[in-house]
Ligand binder design. Structure first.
Ligand SMILES: [Zn+2]
Length: 324
């Protein structure tokens, strides 16, 4: 698959993907950038069976599915509707509403549209799973869930979320956010934070030089200190005399958290704890690519093509498969 991404404006997208055939042709191009080769005999010519999205080798007659190994596998929804959904999910900064997508794209029913969106979110999460955070990382934990419930007793319905944002200095010496990562966790204990740091790319056990993470900045909550004990990481603690000043002292991580809360409350009208991680992954995916606006569709469609699909029953029964 080509590593270079194509830029498209809305008009260009609209012109390029106006028919089912155009989408199928495009899908074929991303799967076989150097042209189709029959996996059985190596022949390069094939008929395209439009009704089934199948390539039929002109030499050995082996049938190759255009959608196998992608999130579109076995879909009964036209590729055109998938492409438009992916376009919206890539571009809409506040996240799309599923019922709205179902209506405007004329998708069969809500459940179908919901499943499609989750498949796209899984591709986003899997793409970001390979990202490491480097340099100085701002970290904090927050609670997501119904309003009016607080920490401690009665917090059963609130979910703890760990959030990290890597920072860099631009050429004017100003601190800027790089990449963000958020994870739903059971609690903010030292061992859980350790696991989170490992996910960010820091090998606390191995202490290998490959580690890009150099320092963390937190509110000084004791679990952070414990989590990095003995590790080759600097720890900057900002002192919170007033909890309301957290936004000033840990500005980036707070911005990401409050943006995520606004998106979840707004576009998605709140989400169940079970699916919170996949929405957070979507928000981070988009945040991490905010500088590549015109490439967003190309990046996401390629992530979707490279990603194995997930079924409805896997999604509702085995949450771990999309949470990791
Ligand atoms: Zn063949």
């Amino acid at each position: 698959m080509s590593k270079r991404y194509r830029e498209r404006s809305l008009l260009e997208f609209q012109n390029e993907f106006s028919t089912e055939e155009a989408c199928a042709r495009h899908l074929q191009e991303i799967r076989w950038p150097d042209g189709f080769i029959c996996p059985r005999c190596g022949h390069v010519e094939a008929w395209f069976i439009r009704t089934r999205n199948i390539l039929d080798c002109k030499s050995c007659r082996a049938k190759t599915s255009l959608t196998a190994g992608t999130i579109f596998h076995k879909t009964r929804t036209p590729l055109l509707k998938w492409y438009w959904l992916i376009y919206h999910m890539a571009m809409d900064k506040v996240g799309v509403s599923i019922s709205e997508m179902q209506r405007v794209l004329e998708i069969r029913d809500y459940k179908t549209a919901w499943l499609m969106a989750h498949k796209v979110r899984k591709a986003m999460a899997d793409r970001d799973a390979g990202y490491s955070l480097a340099g100085l990382v701002e970290m904090d934990d927050s609670f997501f869930g119904p309003k009016g419930r607080t920490r401690g007793r009665g917090s059963e319905r609130k979910s703890t979320v760990l959030c990290a944002v890597s920072l860099y200095r631009n050429r004017h010496g100003e601190e800027k956010p790089g990449f963000a990562h958020m994870k739903v966790v059971d609690n903010a204990s030292a061992s859980v934070i350790q696991g989170f740091l490992e996910r960010l790319g820091y090998g606390l056990d191995t202490k290998e030089c490959k580690d890009l993470l150099k320092a963390i900045r937190t509110d000084g909550w004791r679990s952070y200190g414990k989590a990095i004990k003995g590790a080759n990481l600097s720890h900057y603690k900002v002192v919170l005399r007033d909890p309301k000043s957290a936004g000033k002292l840990l500005p980036w991580v707070h911005r990401v958290i409050s943006n995520a809360k606004a998106v979840i409350r707004g576009s998605h009208r709140g989400v169940s704890e079970k699916h919170l991680q996949s929405y957070l992954s979507e928000i981070c995916y988009r945040f991490n690519r905010r500088f590549w606006e015109r490439e967003l569709f190309d990046r996401l469609i390629k992530a979707c093509v490279a990603d194995e699909t997930i079924t409805y029953s896997q999604l509702v029964k085995n949450e771990n498969s999309i949470m990791n």
